[in-house]
Design a protein around this ligand. Structure first.
Ligand code: AMP
Length: 397
């Protein structure tokens, strides 16, 4: 894998696609700088190697061209603070001002271009737009894992305008690609995948892919109830996708045929209402009474799942085990997170990915106790489903 460590940046302008799609408050202040913090080592390294840096990113989803609330001007100060370098700004990523500034850039200097999505050609993957962007740099660096599953102008199409030895991954991309690769191509066995979250329909492809790779698949969260009902259980008013019952049955059969242990919870914390102050009790998962819904896995399931996890050498976790945002339904998710941390301590490689499992691992302050926390939810899932991503192929091909 070619990274910024392999290229010479001396007196070169590096055009770096970053993911600065950060949340802003009503005063346009950055409220979570994780993504900028993550890109800082790449920026600093290029400067250290004698290059200059032109940063390009999207922010939010502007619909009709430029709009102040989506301006990357709002992140300039945070980039300065986290890199320790002065940051110039240009208010149109392909305007004449941007070319004047990028061509005059001296080694050690950083220029941030305005939101790429102010031009609809970005998301359309327009070749002419990508070519215009490419004029800003001598070397193309992709460090935006969060958008690597999109074949946009700046994330994939642009790569063709740089020679194979003038394009590479930044550290964020390299870290993500290496850890996913370790899980999907080089997993040490036993490999356990834990899949949770609300809907089966969102996770069908990933479960199917994992069938050919994992030894154990643990199913939790709202999606488990579609499996329970498919097997003939009574689930009360728990979340269920009735149009996916057949598919759930097929997945169960497929797992059996392939010798994969597909675990469905055997008990649940049930509630008479989707609220933290609801009446709650424990229930066998197959006999949830009318008017009640399962909102977390309970002790029997936690015990079984934790044992499987602790005996694993590779672990992938996507999606919470219950409604962990509410304190009375968070125990299952928390215990699974703790089991993953314990397995990691014993030498397992653990990859956590997908928005809500990342939120959970952070909530329990366990991010430092797992091997890798992915920054790109959609990109991670798609990478596992498809085996590659447009933004990765563009650099490698
Ligand atoms: P996803 O985005 O598909 O990973 O789903 C995450 C969401 O699923 C979280 O907001 C959880 O609160 C929700 N969730 C997890 N378990 C359940 C459940 N048993 N019933 C309803 N929602 C759930």
């Amino acid at each position: 894998m070619k990274t910024i460590d392999n290229l010479n940046f001396q007196n070169k302008r590096a055009l770096v696609r970053v993911d600065f799609n950060v949340p802003l408050n009503d005063s346009f202040e950055v409220t979570d700088d994780t993504r900028i913090r993550a890109a800082a080592p790449t920026i600093k390294k290029i400067i250290e190697k004698g290059g200059s840096v032109i940063l390009m990113s999207h922010l939010g989803r502007p619909k009709d061209g430029p709009a102040n609330k989506f301006s990357l001007q709002h992140v300039v100060n945070t980039v300065k603070k986290l890199t320790g370098v002065d940051v110039l700004f240009s208010d149109d990523c392909i305007g004449s001002d941007s070319y004047i500034k990028s061509s005059a850039l001296k080694p050690g200097q950083v220029l941030l271009l305005e939101n790429l999505r102010f031009h609809k050609e970005e998301e359309q993957g327009d070749v002419a737009f990508a070519e215009k962007l490419s004029k800003h740099g001598d070397i193309y660096v992709n460090d935006a894992f969060g958008t690597a599953h999109r074949a946009h102008a700046s994330t994939a199409v642009i790569a063709q305008f740089f020679a194979a030895d003038a394009r590479c991954f930044g550290y964020v991309m390299a870290g993500e690609v290496a850890s996913i690769d370790k899980v999907i191509n080089g997993a040490e066995k036993p490999f356990t995948a834990i899949v949770g979250g609300a809907k089966v329909s969102d996770k069908i492809l990933i479960i199917e892919q994992l069938m050919s790779k994992a030894n154990n698949i643990l199913i939790g969260g709202g999606m488990a109830f579609t499996f329970v009902k498919a097997m003939g259980g009574t689930i009360g008013k728990s979340l269920c996708e009735d149009d996916k019952l057949e598919l759930a049955k097929e997945l169960l059969e497929k797992a059996k045929a392939r010798g994969v242990n597909l675990y469905i919870p055997n008990d649940a914390v049930i509630a008479d209402n989707f609220a933290n102050d609801a009446n709650i009790k424990e229930s066998d998962i197959n006999t949830i009474p009318d008017g009640w819904m399962g909102l977390d896995i309970s002790n029997g399931t936690i015990k079984t799942f934790s044992e499987v996890i602790k005996n694993s050498k590779t672990i992938l976790w996507n999606g919470p085990m219950g409604v962990f945002e509410m304190s009375r339904f968070e125990n299952g998710t928390k215990q699974i997170a703790l089991a993953i941390a314990e397995a990691t301590k014993k030498g397992a490689f653990s990859l956590i990915g997908g928005g809500d499992s990342v939120a959970a691992i952070n909530k329990y302050h366990l991010a430092e106790q797992v091997s890798y926390v992915s920054t790109g939810g959609g990109a991670l899932l798609e990478y596992i489903e498809q085996g590659s991503l447009p933004g990765v192929r563009a650099i490698e091909d």
